[in-house]
Design a protein around this ligand. Structure first.
Ligand code: 4AD
Ligand code: MG
Length: 399
């Protein structure tokens, strides 16, 4: 047995330790006088032990140790003690918080979600495509970019891989990116990071309705995969203190059809003025009303970026709003006409010379197409019931 000590306890000639090998916790037992211990049993120390697997009188699994050697010492300054630490305290020690049960479970679920996404996309015939992180293209056009500067370059960090993803779509039909994105906006909320991960599928010949249908199947499948891996025997939900009722609620939510409503319907029902964006408060009212994730479509065209397909009033777009975490996906059908797109780009004030590469997608063999961006940490927040997005990424970067 190899691992790290999480707690120690002595009782009637016996020493018990809860240890982790990274994969799961185990109980190890040492009988005084029958076990050779080389080093000090301190919480946080690493060890190698020899012994046999056995059962406690109560029938629980244990590892009966004959020899234990401390490999890396620890001492009383080690901040992760066998008690409940507040999320706030743990955020102050990102380099050590991963050694707690809850964080171990979260990092594993992050892995499960990643694997589920790649597996789903592969099975659906999507090719993973790689887009630059350093670019001049400010996809969302909100000017919330970080500068990248050296003595020979002045560019920006990407806010979204979409525009380059559209180039990939023109070559492969169906692609997705899985990539970091960077936003410099000064958002100090529980669901904004300056550096986060986005999954961006882009599909040739898909219209808005087909894309919403696909997004729904995609999110449900990957959620189901994470949920079914996070129960027995590894029990990540249990380690996070998430009840089986809550897990059952998430599982039943996946089985239902998620409502699709237009912006117009939302503003009529929830008293928003036409032309205003849908605030987090209104999003919350919408999901509370439906008690399910909700697709909101067809926002006023003025609210949306240059690349979207628009008619004289609305953009052919959608957001997927989740309970607890708000917007998880933003997506749209793209404007495929070279002339119309040029006009929309000029109106948005883009440097047309610099964007020539992007326009080539509409110049040669243009095609109706659509795509979306899934905020990886937002979905993971929902699955792990994290109170802040900062608790689902090992080293959060935020304003
Ligand atoms: O809605 P957004 O800005 O959409 C785009 O960037 C499109 N270009 C995507 C596309 O069509 N390919 O961002 C997509 C998602 C949001 O719905 C949200 O889940 C997440 O990315 N997101 C953030 N997550 C964490 N921190 C932030 N600051 C985020 N900003 C967006
Ligand atoms: Mg959005």
């Amino acid at each position: 047995m190899k691992g790290w000590i999480k707690s120690t306890r002595k009782s009637k000639g016996l020493t018990f330790c809860t240890i982790t090998d990274g994969k799961r916790d185990h109980q190890i037992t040492m009988v005084d006088g029958e076990c050779v211990i080389d080093g000090e049993l301190k919480v946080g120390a690493s060890f190698v032990a020899e012994g046999v697997y056995s059962k406690t009188p109560k029938g629980q699994d244990e590892f009966l140790v004959s020899k234990l050697t401390i490999v890396g010492v620890s001492d009383d300054t080690y901040p992760i003690q066998p008690k409940k630490h507040s999320d706030e305290f743990l955020r102050s020690i990102p380099e050590l918080r991963g050694r707690t049960k809850g964080m171990q479970a979260t990092w594993k679920m992050r892995h499960y979600l990643t694997q589920a996404i790649h597996k789903f996309m592969d099975a659906e015939g999507f090719i993973q495509y790689y887009t630059p992180l350093i670019t001049h293209a400010d996809c969302e056009g909100a000017g919330e970019t970080f500068d990248v500067q050296s003595d020979w370059m002045h560019e920006k960090l990407t806010v979204s891989g979409q525009l380059h993803g559209e180039v990939g779509m023109m070559s492969l039909g169906k692609i997705y990116t899985f990539s970091p994105c960077f936003r410099a906006e000064k958002s100090m909320t529980r669901k904004h990071l300056s550096e986060f991960w986005m999954i961006e599928p882009e599909m040739a010949f898909y219209d808005l309705e087909q894309t919403i249908e696909f997004a729904s199947i995609f999110v449900k499948e990957v959620m189901l995969s994470v949920i079914s891996r996070s129960v027995y025997p590894y029990d990540e939900f249990k380690q996070l203190g998430i009840s089986s009722e809550t897990v059952a609620d998430m599982a039943s939510m996946i089985k239902q059809a998620w409502p699709v409503v237009t912006y117009q319907e939302v503003i009529e029902k929830f008293g928003v003025i036409y032309g205003d964006d849908i605030s987090s408060e209104v999003e919350k009212k919408v999901v509370d009303y439906f008690k399910l994730p909700v697709f909101i479509t067809h926002y006023p065209k003025e609210l949306k970026p240059f690349y979207m397909k628009k008619d004289d009033k609305v953009a052919y777009c959608f957001d997927l709003i989740f309970p607890e975490v708000g917007e998880v996906i933003g997506g749209s059908q793209r404007e495929e006409s070279y002339d119309v797109l040029c006009a929309q780009m000029t109106e948005a004030g883009l440097d047309m010379e610099k964007m020539k590469w992007y326009l080539s997608t509409r110049k040669y063999g243009t095609v109706p197409h659509s795509g979306f961006g899934l905020g990886f940490e937002r979905l993971l927040m929902y699955l792990t019931k994290a109170s802040k997005i900062h608790d689902v990424i090992p080293f959060p970067v935020s304003y």
